[in-house]
Ligand binder design. Structure first.
Ligand code: ZN
Length: 156
């Protein structure tokens, strides 16, 4: 059984009361499917969202159910997988009773939100963004800094 209780990582988390075998499907990420544009409009002023991109990313699941409480970790015990349009949380390894379930959010497309990570794993990358997204952001920041510098030089 899965339960929701307060978590060291962030607010509330999802815990298992029973051991879970590696590779088993644990729970589906459920909720209404809406378009990405609809989601952007709906949550533009909201600090927390529970959206999960499916397919080519033009549709998202507007999280509603136990899976939306699963926190991010950079050293997770679960992963997500899409099977015929359904998103499942699956065990990456054997999980003991009482453990908090986590998966790597690998966020992308988050505007100016820093999405800092507090997972506490030794391998924590300090952010819930994916490695690729972090690289992209670092490049964008460098470009922005270079642009600023160019402007300053011109002004002289
Ligand atoms: Zn982390």
């Amino acid at each position: 059984m899965l339960i929701i209780r307060s978590s060291q990582i962030h607010a509330a988390g999802c815990y298992t009361t029973e051991p879970i075998k590696k590779r088993s499907r644990i729970v589906e990420y459920t909720g209404p499917r809406i378009s990405k544009d609809e989601a952007d409009k709906k949550y533009q002023d909201s600090p927390t969202t529970y959206l999960f991109g499916v397919g080519d990313g033009s549709k998202v699941i507007d999280g509603h159910g136990i899976a939306m409480f699963i926190n991010h970790s950079c050293d997770p015990n679960c992963e997500t997988g899409e099977v015929r349009g359904h998103v499942w949380i699956k065990a990456l390894r054997d999980i003991e009773a009482g453990e908090e379930l986590t998966y790597d959010y690998n966020l992308y497309d988050g505007d100016d939100d820093e999405a800092l990570c507090n997972c506490g794993a030794p391998t924590c990358r300090g952010s819930m963004y994916s490695h690729d997204e972090l690289k992209r952001r670092a490049r964008a920041a460098k470009r922005a800094a270079a642009k600023k510098l160019a402007k300053k030089t011109k002004a002289k």
